[in-house]
Design a protein around this ligand. Sequence first.
Ligand code: GUN
Length: 291
Amino acid sequence: MILIDGKKVSEEIKKEIALEVAEIKANGGKTPHLAAILVGNDGGSETYVAHKVKDCGEVGFKSSLFRFENSVTEKELLEKVIEINADSDVDGLIVQLPLPKHISEQKIIEAIDPRKDVDGFHPLNVGRMTIGLPSFVSATPAGIIDLLRRYNIQTSGKHCVVLGRSNIVGKPMSILLSQKSEMGDATVTICHSRTKNLKEITSQADILIAAIGTPNFVTSDMVKNGAVVIDVGTTRVKSEQTKSGFKLTGDVKFDEVAPKCSYITPVPGGVGPMTRISLLKNTLLSSKKIF
Ligand code: GUN
């Protein structure tokens, strides 16, 4: 069993990005600039946005953080998005989700200029990705593809089972893996809460991607010997053993599943760091104006 070290790979890619940014700046080019909007003070969202800002600094990007109270109106938020869209110095804009219930996430996402949508959530990017055009791809699936590539894990002709059909992970993941491309060409099955015979299907997976958000959902009896298992789960489970009071817990019961695998990602230190890198890659791409 090989443990896929997302932290190590992400640090390698981070260095590559930092080098490229230094070179761009040395040649008088534009410093990539990421803007983030954070509403309210949800602990998880605060942490994610703080990581994104820190990552930007570490690779030489500029970042701007715009904070709003939970009471912000949809109109105020839309106005901010429109203002940032018009700021030619900003290459990428993300609005951290979830948003308060009185605000339509879809409306906000669709207000973002697709050319700055480095989260890849805008329907135009989702559509372009789906038909194989240059686009911003959602960070987690893009990070998983990078991980598989770096570990030389072939996808062509493999049976990939994706657990979860979210717009952010499961759906784009299934499209990328089935795409006619170097890291695609797989036969993909998507499973979700209404899937019957779940164990029967997951047991056929050469590559199993768990993205359902239920801690320890995947048990050893659901996994084929020699499978590649990618754990996207990052549920913050209360813990008395950590300083923060939370422990990140994956969707896979690691201890019993790992011995059956050819490759497996840990939580933390697997997919998570790669997701952070994808956002940097998309922002760099945006500063180079891919479309
Ligand atoms: N909330 C959970 N994941 C994400 C993400 O990738 N981007 C944004 N903007 N919000 C999120």
